[in-house]
Design a binder for this molecule. Structure first.
Ligand SMILES: [Zn+2]
Length: 473
């Protein structure tokens, strides 16, 4: 049984998709006004795990993530840099797509941009006006919060104290009570605008996600996820807009990731603890160590991001890498033991437990600890493993990669040239011809691999240079 914590009920609930075998998943994408920071990626990594887990459990996941390329922040940024909105947002959109690849986040099936979906938003606003839920005032259109009695059901905010007719024009606000929020903003002089039945203007941020989500996934979605800061007002407003327009439940499961701290403090530029993914890469940290650090703490727990934690994450990745390469090179170089062990069956059970823990509201700590326990088992048994067991170990890593996305197995073969040079390297060492073995070591390095000498009596193996630290040792 799969259980997720649903923000709407504030309880663990059994998850079953509306349509058997298929899950619709909407995740709020980035606002492309800046490089995304590690707090953003904490949420995106959690959502990636969620999707990978569901796919591992055999569901077809229709995943939509939007790109917010028009809102208060993007417009302010474009004006500040004296660029057109699309020039400005295209740059950060491309940067975000690159960052996604760097962190091995699966690309969404559909990634709509808000500016390509304006007609859907206008259509939805018209519907809301026709139903008396939205109204026009001074060329803008507002959502009448008092007309939707269920308002506040996600964030548990009460409408008491709301002044009838109080309106809020900005995308982000922290009012304790719901004021009428803007759906369509009348054009200002230095802002891009689109034609609409209410004159030139542009959409508010909240209507964007409602329109894009329903356009691509239908009126009722299985899972909608995001960071906890989006619960109010963004997701509350999405519910109000969508449910008032369709009369149907908008989202069945709301999942929210808790925000991270950096060194125990809220991330902020003024404190100097604000990091984009690119900041960390520039400091020489490996993408998969960063991914591991963001992944390893349960999505509803506070993750305290530290450089010490990154170092530990790197050690885990090194352990996984080394074990995988030991299995790979032993398998490829034919140095397996011949006697039969029952190790393969053990790994199958480990893998089942790894997935099983995730069924419990993505219990990542238990799942990872099971996985790493399996890797320790392989390490201990390496010398005794026969060819079939080595193959089982390799597929164990492959399955774990599908689930955790740690990119341990993206190299699944050793090129013939490297294999041949490694053979010559071993021969030369045996013959104590160290100048030739050094030459071979260098040749292998030029092909992008490093030689790892085994303990006495053990064969040397090779490892692909692909981590920040691989050439430093
Ligand atoms: Zn959104």
């Amino acid at each position: 049984m799969i259980r997720f914590h649903n923000t709407l009920s504030n309880q663990l609930e059994e998850f079953k998709p509306l349509k058997s075998g298929e899950v619709t998943l909407y995740t709020c994408g980035p606002t492309v006004y800046h490089y995304a920071h590690i707090g953003n990626f904490r949420t995106f990594v959690f959502e990636d795990l969620l999707r990978r887990f569901l796919e591992c459990r055999g569901f077809k996941v229709k995943h939509v993530m939007n790109i917010t390329d028009v809102d208060d922040k993007t417009i302010a940024g474009a004006n500040r840099e004296k660029k057109t909105l699309s020039q400005y947002t295209e740059f950060y959109t491309q940067a975000f797509l690159e960052d996604m690849k760097t962190l091995n986040l699966l690309p969404p099936k559909i990634q709509p941009r808000a500016t390509d979906s304006i007609l859907d938003m206008i259509e939805m606003i018209r519907k809301l006006i026709a139903k008396g839920i939205a109204y026009e005032a001074d060329g803008s259109v507002y959502y009448r919060v008092a007309a939707f009695p269920a308002y506040g059901k996600l964030s548990k905010k009460k409408l008491e104290g709301n002044i009838e007719g109080a309106r809020v024009d900005v995308d982000e606000y922290e009012k304790e009570t719901g004021a009428d929020f803007v759906l369509w903003k009348k054009a200002k002089e230095d802002e891009p605008s689109w034609d609409s039945p209410w004159g030139k203007g542009r959409p508010g941020w909240h209507i964007e996600c409602s329109a894009m989500c329903m356009r691509h996934l239908g009126e009722t979605v299985d899972i909608h996820a995001g960071g906890e800061d989006l619960v109010f007002p963004h997701h509350e407003n999405e519910i109000a807009q969508s449910e008032a327009a369709t009369g149907k439940p908008f989202v069945r499961f709301w999942l929210h990731a808790k925000h991270l701290l950096v060194n125990g403090e809220k991330m902020s530029k003024s404190k100097g603890n604000f990091f984009t993914l690119r900041d960390l890469l520039e400091k020489g940290y490996d993408p998969m160590a960063i991914r591991y650090a963001l992944l390893a703490v349960h999505y509803r727990h506070q993750l305290n991001f530290t450089f010490e934690g990154l170092k530990e994450a790197r050690e885990v990745i090194e352990k996984l890498d080394n074990c995988y390469f030991q299995c790979l090179s032993r398998s490829v170089l034919g140095v397996s033991a011949s006697k039969k062990m029952a190790h393969g069956a053990g790994l199958k059970a480990v893998l089942e437990a790894v997935v099983k823990h995730l069924e419990d509201d993505l219990n990542i700590a238990a799942s990872l600890s099971e996985f790493i326990g399996g890797v320790t088992k392989i390490n201990t048994a390496l010398d005794q493993m026969n060819e079939k067991e080595l193959k089982d170990a390799l597929s164990f890593f492959k399955k774990a990669d599908e689930l955790f996305g740690l990119d341990i197995t993206s190299i699944d073969a050793i090129p013939p040239g490297v294999k041949e040079s490694l053979g010559q390297y071993a021969e030369a060492r045996k013959a104590r011809d160290f100048s030739f073995s050094d030459k071979m070591r260098q040749q292998i390095k030029e092909l992008g691999w490093v030689v790892k000498d085994g303990r006495p009596g053990e064969p040397s193996t090779v490892k692909k240079i692909r981590r920040a630290w691989d050439t430093k040792k």
